[in-house]
Design a binder for this molecule. Structure first.
Ligand code: BES
Ligand code: ZN
Ligand code: ZN
Length: 491
């Protein structure tokens, strides 16, 4: 992984070296702390010439104004009250991107007048900078231009408060980075067994982690999940991760993830073009691991279950065939008409297991489930399907708060009947129309009476547009969203 910046907070800082950053609100002035850097009015002149008026994200920079000082940067905050989590993170991303090779960055949090940025907002800026710094470059043995080590110091009177806020924010940031790493890692390195080992690393943060091997999955009668795995030489795993931060008697909340480490399509094989992207077909499981990291590292006061189903969907003499009928853990039979609609088969057994074993308050599953969701919503909203209006609106709100946005699509009997089959209780595809909805209907058949939501993250977990704090292929989508859902409504 790339060199991530060290983050520090201090009442004072050596601001005569590296990069120094100031903030200005819309139509505001430089803070008094900037006057030492405005020799001969060089900074105010630059702002005037650039017609800088403090609009959100606007930037003025002076390069190498004196020996030792690489850059002075002024960033616009626009209307301060209008800046949300995403906005603060974008500013952090911008700071990291603008610092060039400076090894030291001082961010002055004083604003014009006597105010300064609040501790939680400083922590969000720091998170944006760290996420911007992330790149997946482990395998670039010859890359000369690897990012160098860097320390970002936030200068604030409330350094203790900022440090405290950063502990929380950094837990979430590291959860996002954990998820991105899992998604980016190629499938030859990260099979089901290796993925399960990575998840077991959450024990260090105080989570209980239980790994179910093939023998156990057979005894659990997870026939739908095992049918997908049978074409791979690498055995399936299911991992149950528990964080018990709430009261012992409180029912847990549950997050369930699709973890297809590689989806070739199986016998219904995918076309060659772009098939490499299917190393990321475990984005749901990665998000579950990421949010379990976030919640346990920040010691969230909630009981949470994370369940991930890890399989590889391959083509092989033992692979399942179109037309095969499998018996799911719930007892319902499934005619597999397309082996590429495998994610729902994995999730079916996990949802059934989760509801029966843990009787959770709710279940949210995340899955790179359908190409059709990308056709419907593109890359900037994940699809949301739910049997519960309350859970649905809590998720939508968390999506708006974090800008990991969701868009609800319908469920209904008209769609449900499209997956009825002549030969079994259901088939695993619905036909040409409403592909994301029929996939969701399929999942719903494995949920009894627990509030449940399905997030189709095929368009958002990977290959989504870059922004100031997400520059790579894997975004880590879902980690900040679910962390926020818990923080807003369940602790
Ligand atoms: N993993 C894919 C969905 C996907 C597509 C994820 C593109 C990310 C990017 C899923 O298993 C799949 O192949 N779905 C099929 C379902 C179809 C056979 C009913 C699809 O979307 O084409
Ligand atoms: Zn598939
Ligand atoms: Zn898939």
């Amino acid at each position: 992984m790339s060199k991530l910046p060290a983050i520090a907070f201090s009442k004072t800082a050596a601001t005569n070296k590296g990069t120094v950053v100031f903030f200005v609100v819309e139509k505001g002035k430089l803070p008094s702390a900037a006057s030492a850097f405005d020799k001969d009015g060089r900074l105010s002149n630059a702002m005037a010439v650039a017609e800088f008026a403090g609009a959100f994200g606007a930037k003025v920079e002076i390069i190498a104004p004196e020996k030792g000082l690489d850059r002075i940067i002024v960033l616009g905050l626009g209307d301060l009250d209008g800046v949300d989590e995403d906005g603060w993170m974008k500013l952090g991303g911008k700071i990291f991107a603008s610092k060039g090779k400076s090894a030291s960055v001082s961010v002055i949090t004083d604003l014009e007048g006597k105010t300064e940025l609040s501790a939680p907002n400083i922590a969000k800026i720091a998170g944006g900078a760290k996420l911007r710094a992330y790149s997946f470059d482990n395998y670039l043995t010859k890359k000369k231009d690897k990012p160098t080590a860097c320390k970002i110091t936030f200068v604030t009177k409330d350094d203790a408060g900022a440090k405290k806020a950063w502990k929380i924010s950094d837990a979430v940031t590291d959860g996002v980075i954990f998820a991105r790493d899992l998604v980016n890692e190629p499938a030859n390195i990260l099979g089901p067994v290796e993925f399960a080992q990575k998840a077991a690393g959450l024990k260090k943060l105080g989570c209980d982690v239980q790994i179910l091997d093939e023998k156990k999955l057979k005894s659990e009668k997870m026939g739908a999940l095992l049918g997908v795995a049978q074409g791979s030489v690498r055995p399936a795993r299911v991992v149950i991760i528990q964080w018990k931060g709430g009261k012992a008697k409180d029912k847990p909340v549950a997050f369930v993830g699709k973890g297809v480490v590689f989806d070739s399509g199986g016998i219904s094989i995918k076309p060659a073009g772009g098939m490499e992207d299917m190393k990321g077909d475990m984005g749901g499981a990665a998000a579950v691991c990421g949010v379990m990291h976030a919640l346990s590292a920040r010691k969230a006061k909630v009981n949470v279950i994370g369940i991930i189903g890890l399989v590889e969907n391959m083509v092989d003499g033992n692979a399942q065939r179109p037309g095969d009928i499998v018996v799911s853990r719930s007892g319902q039979t499934i005619e597999v008409l397309n082996t590429d609609a495998e994610g729902r088969l994995v999730l079916a057994d996990l949802l059934d297991y989760c509801e029966e074993k843990f009787k959770p308050k709710f279940m949210v599953n995340l899955a790179t489930l359908t190409g059709a969701i990308i056709v419907a919503l593109g890359n900037s909203h994940a699809g949301l399907f739910s049997n519960d209006d309350n859970l649905s609106s809590q998720l939508t709100k968390a999506g708006l708060d974090t800008k990991e946005k969701l868009w609800r699509l319908p469920l209904g009997a008209e769609y449900d009947k499209l997956i009825d089959s002549k030969n079994a209780d259901m088939k695993n595809i619905g036909g040409r129309l409403a592909g994301s909805i029929t996939a969701a209907q399929f999942l719903q058949r494995f949920v009894k009476d627990t509030p449940w939501a399905h997030l189709d993250i095929a368009g958002t977990a990977m290959g989504s547009p870059k922004n100031e704090y997400s520059q790579g292929w894997a975004s880590g989508f879902g980690v900040r969203l679910l962390n926020r859902l818990v923080a807003n409504d369940y602790e």
